[in-house]
Design a protein around this ligand. Structure first.
Ligand code: PEP
Ligand code: MG
Length: 316
């Protein structure tokens, strides 16, 4: 079975009605990007850039960053690469980053919110990404966007740097992983080039349940109907302005979620490396009209268990 999956993995993922869904990889290193290409990824939908910043006493220099982003771009050839800016918070402190002491780090200074206290780090990272983007199809993505003004500030940062250096401005996207961003999708979509829905955090914040909690984490399911409603809302908002929508959270790699996400109208699945071929094969089994009916139906269900059962019935 594994060999069969791999042999088809380099081919496009066309639904039964002939629509191509993009299948990209979530990665966190240069070697992941090489592995992604081997496993059939059509690009990288999420480079978690934390790997460059963790386990060291000093932040990486701009040159160090340009070099690694370019190496990853090189490994991907003409495939697109989405680099997410540093996404850490008080629960994952770095020795050289200033974090306030917080009672609720998941609701505190994390994602792009770290910029206010550490403007040099994010500014340098944006510069490095923009520089690497001059030679490779690289887009920049900001995590944990909760307010409209954050997009405007970070776009201004990207544009300011590119203007000063006479660089082309790369595509700018945002993670949709906070309920406010999903609910305001129609307002945010005109401001950006793409959305990438982070269902891990979106489920955590929608269900008000810590995704790392020892007892409760298993209830944080991206297939909960409340989370699916937010995915539907975010996707519809983006589509109103013709913007690209990826899902890079864990459910993109979950076979039960594949026909539902196809039905809700996303463009791209960005998945863990071992699931690239599997997700492509799953997409090939279904046609969009049937998936749309499934997608609308599951929004009316009561629990994630019911959604999973409906998905399994549909898939079997
Ligand atoms: C997410 O929140 O779904 C996501 C993809 O980002 P991370 O898992 O890195 O928080
Ligand atoms: Mg996240």
């Amino acid at each position: 079975h594994q060999q069969d999956v791999l042999s088809r993995a380099s081919e496009a993922a066309l639904s039964k009605d002939g629509h191509q869904f993009e299948v990209c990889a979530n990665i966190g290193s240069l070697s992941d990007s090489q592995e992604g290409v081997r496993l059939g990824a059509e690009g990288v939908g999420l480079l978690r850039s934390e790997f460059l910043f963790l386990h060291r006493d000093r932040e990486p220099t701009i040159d160090e960053q340009v070099s690694i982003y370019s190496d990853i771009g090189q490994a991907l050839g003409d495939r697109p690469l989405v680099i997410r800016t540093l996404d850490v918070g008080g629960d994952k402190p770095l020795p050289y980053l200033k974090f306030p002491d917080e009672d609720n780090p998941f609701l505190g200074v994390r994602g792009i919110r770290i910029h206010r206290e550490n403007p040099r780090i994010i500014t340098q990272q944006v510069e490095a990404i923009c520089q690497a983007a001059q030679d490779h199809p690289i887009a920049i993505m900001f995590p944990m966007v909760s307010f409209l003004h954050e997009i405007q500030e970070f776009k201004a940062l990207v544009q300011g740097i590119c203007e000063k250096k006479s660089w082309r401005v790369p595509k700018v996207g945002i993670m949709i992983e906070v309920p406010s961003a999903a609910l305001q999708a129609e307002v945010l979509a005109p401001e950006v080039d793409f959305f990438s829905i982070g269902t891990n955090d979106l489920a955590q914040y929608t269900l008000a349940t810590d995704r790392t909690h020892r007892q409760l984490a298993k209830t944080v399911d991206g297939l909960h109907p409340a989370v699916l409603q937010l995915i539907a809302k975010a996707t519809a908002g983006a589509k109103k302005y013709g913007k690209h929508v990826a899902v890079c959270g864990g459910i993109a790699s979950d076979l039960d979620a594949v026909p539902i996400l196809m039905g809700l109208g996303i463009d791209e699945f960005s998945v863990s490396l071992p699931m690239i071929g599997e997700v492509k094969d799953e997409i090939r089994k279904f046609s969009r009209p049937a998936c749309r009916d499934l997608g609308q139906m599951v929004l009316t269900l009561g629990t994630s268990q019911e959604v999973r059962q409906a998905a399994r019935d549909f898939r079997s």
